[in-house]
Design a protein around this ligand. Structure first.
Ligand SMILES: Cc1cc2nc3c(=O)[nH]c(=O)nc-3n(C[C@H](O)[C@H](O)[C@H](O)COP(=O)(O)O)c2cc1C
Length: 207
């Protein structure tokens, strides 16, 4: 099971040039390419090599619409409880709807605790849960980098974290698959730029 990179690019360049892409052309993404990205994802490190990631690849427009509708019902109720004005709630719901339905592909990143270590106490259970989350995030980063190396655009969308049960039920997923994020994917239709804070503000060297 090898990845077969056809467009090898220097890793550091891929890491620095990758940007979150939120606008895509209508051009579809072929399945073989999506599979190559998923292969890159599963070569991420994971705690005890238990590979707690699960993926759902969504290209069907009807499924995207159903998801957006179900997730927006939760968003509307959460924002109404926050006291946001109706117009603002609807603007946010419309933006969410566009993000989810205009991406040619959505990859739902899920996490399962099924194969992770089991502990009797909360402290170690929480640590194990965090390790599973970290493992899934690393798979997600592999996927983002592979997408960029292939010339695709991608963006991590955190919305499923706020309504995991609705996402799982809408897609009919197994009980133990906990939805964590979407990665929206397609051919890029924008070239955003982003900066980073200087390294010295984020690091301490103890020499
Ligand atoms: C955990 C996580 C959650 C994110 N959630 C969202 C999101 O819900 N919507 C969105 O447009 N971007 C989201 N992003 C993308 C970030 O906004 C983006 O990575 C950041 O602004 C830096 O930009 P860059 O990725 O282009 O370097 C998320 C990124 C991460 C790592």
């Amino acid at each position: 099971m090898t990845i077969d990179p056809r467009q090898p690019r220097a890793l550091y360049q891929v890491m620095q040039e990758r940007r979150s892409i939120r606008r895509f052309t209508d051009q579809p993404v072929e399945l073989a390419l999506i599979e190559r990205l998923l292969l890159a994802a599963i070569w991420a490190p994971s705690a005890h090599n238990r590979q707690p990631w699960r993926f759902v690849v969504i290209q069907d427009n009807g499924a995207k619409e159903s998801l957006a509708e179900a997730m927006n019902a939760v968003l509307r109720s959460d924002l109404a409880a926050d006291g946001l004005p109706f117009d603002e709630i609807e603007a946010r719901a419309a933006r969410r709807q566009a993000r989810l339905t205009r991406a040619p592909v959505l990859i739902l990143l899920c996490m399962t605790m099924t194969d992770m270590q089991r502990y009797p106490d909360d402290k170690r259970r929480r640590a194990e849960w965090t390790m599973a989350t970290q493992s899934v995030a690393l798979a997600g980063q592999n996927l983002l980098l592979a997408a960029h190396a292939e010339g695709l655009g991608a963006c991590w969308l955190c919305a499923p974290l706020f309504c995991p049960t609705v996402v799982r039920d809408t897609l009919g997923l197994p009980e133990d698959w906990q939805p964590h994020a979407f990665i929206s994917l397609g051919w890029p239709n924008e070239q955003p730029s982003k900066q980073r804070e200087p390294l010295h503000t984020r690091v301490r060297f103890l020499n």
